[in-house]
Write a protein that binds this ligand. Sequence first.
Ligand SMILES: *Cc1c(COP(=O)(O)O)cnc(C)c1O
Length: 356
Amino acid sequence: MIEADIHEIDIVKAEKTKIHDVDFDNINFGRIFTDHMFLCDFIDGKWQQPQIMPYQAMSIDPSARVFHYGQAVFEGMKAYKDNNGEVFLFRPEDNHSRINKSSARMAIPEFPKEYFMNGLLTLLNLDKEWVKPGVGNSLYIRPFAIATDSAIAAAPSSNYRFMIICSPAKAYYTGKVRVLIAEKYSRSADGGVGFAKAAGNYGAQFYPTSLAQAKGFQQIIWTDANSHEYLEEAGTMNIFFRINDKLITAPTSDRILDGITRKSVIQLAEDNNIDMEVRRIKVEEIKEAARNGSLKEIFGTGTAAVISPVSAFEHAGTTYEIPDLDDSYAAMFKKQLLNIQHNLSEDKHGWRYPVK
Ligand SMILES: *Cc1c(COP(=O)(O)O)cnc(C)c1O
């Protein structure tokens, strides 16, 4: 961790809010941003004065290393408003520690926790009107860091910019998804950057995902790069399988992202006395379970969609349908998580973080 003096944030407020131009009932995810953004530059080995300013385009030299070498990391988190107008984050300190793990892997300097939390809370206080109450509504928060050196030598940058921008959101995916199990392409490999929210991980998924979409699937279930025999993640979500009443998810590793929703679901499974196994799971095991009727559910977990149920998967040219369930774990976990996030139920693990 690079030490930094704690500065007050330099704040320039927007002259006028854009909020009245937004149709909150018809939000196109990730295209509308709030009135303000947070920015902090790393120059001469040190994080500089943090700033909040009106959301705006910025000028960066074409030679900036982020454009050439993808030296960039990000986070995804949400703020929620309860019926009394109080705003909450969900486990935000975990997002801070994770972006620093991602940064370390990408040779980006770690961002001090005080700066992160203070920047986040100050920004949310300024833009709190943008967080709408009601389950399903949220403000999506995107912290990120980029290499800004004006130099195209293939070496780590000495200057960086850390930013936070916010975008109002409704529920992300709607309905169930059909998924294709990867047999050729891989998302991550041993010793690689799969555990990091490194920008290039996502860009590299677009092409194989578009091939899957052309075949009628919304997402790819990624398998291990060595053998393609083990199930790892679903698109940009962690993945859970329910066989009879037992829940199974893969262990985190340098290939699998340590999702905050994933670890919350593992905890909720324990709270609900559900048999939970964290272990590697073979494609063959779920195909067999689908054939003999013991495969009850597959669902993805992630901040954007919370829980995303899967209705069918394809592997080696065969499609396996997963029949609807009345008492699904996916629906139960989604409800329990949303209730905690929106301050509608007890928060016995201290996951809610009030924005004061
Ligand atoms: C962000 C992400 C997840 C989900 O993480 P959450 O903390 O639950 O939002 C899962 N897998 C990948 C690859 C991700 O990028």
